[in-house]
Design a protein around this ligand. Sequence first.
Ligand code: EAX
Length: 343
Amino acid sequence: MSQKMKVERKITLRSLVAIVLFAMIFSIANASAAEQPKVKWKISHTLNPASVYHQAALKFKEYVEDKTGGNFTITIHHSGTLGWEREVLEAMQLGTIEATIPSLGPFAVFVPSYNVFNLPFTFQGPDHMLAAYQSPVMDKLKAAASDNGFIVAEHFLPTFRYPLYKGHPIKTPGDFKGLKFRTMGVPAHIDTYKALGANVTSMAFKEVYGALQMGTIDGVENYYNNLYTMKFQEQTKYISNLPILNNAAAFVFSKIAFDKLPENYKTILMDGVKVGCDYGNKIAIAEEEKALAAMQKEGIVKVFVDDFGPFIEKSEPVSKKYLQEMEPWVAEVRKEIMDLAKK
Ligand code: EAX
């Protein structure tokens, strides 16, 4: 073989190796682009950046962006800038907003079986709530949500909605008389407060402070942390330790948006939600006591009720009515949830 031929052969070999290597690198890059396409999602919620919702959403975002090398980005829209809970849930059914953290109150307007969360005195305390949120019983509700265009990734927030108000202290159901409470406009909540003897009106959360100030309402109900971060203590006087309604939330995805994603992204999102919810649950429990103490320091008087019996008795017909109106399996779910408290 001549010297020239040897050189040519070397060159051909080298270029062949280069071509093969290039092709390999290209196909790896291509494969990972296929597995990790660029996706941009919006997540909407109605509370401010100090809220548990927001802190949980941040953990979720961090996890997803980290696991996808920044290919899946999530923008958090807080304080209802994309709309109030119902408007956002409607947009999710169309797929124009991909994710949200709704209170299960308004969520039940879209998925009526979720009213099991909106019936009075269903839950005994945070441990009971967490046991329920993480129980397989929830799969039946998640299936109902999916039929309505929502993927419920996880329920969280083991807190009650307590009444914070001015006027006179509420120690017995009769004391609700003459006081007007704002609710979220959820029929089961309205009926509960009416059954207890209160006057009820509904408005968006952002209007509550002004309405308390103007005196168009006497009270509001929510978990301590939310009441405190909204500064409602500035316009009220009393808080009763009445665990009337549950205050669960959930990470919810638009089914249209979720179904479009590759499987690996679906897994990362679900894992990210777990991280967000675990964090949210942990801080929510710790924040409750702190928020109550802070409100008391600002002059709120805690009205201590030790027997919830009369309140349960007065509001139980509301639960009966709703359970009768819903499909029979929902009453089963409520029973299973209530039984979890005994375990
Ligand atoms: O979901 O409106 C309310 O009282 C809710 O607690 C708030 O929107 C967070």
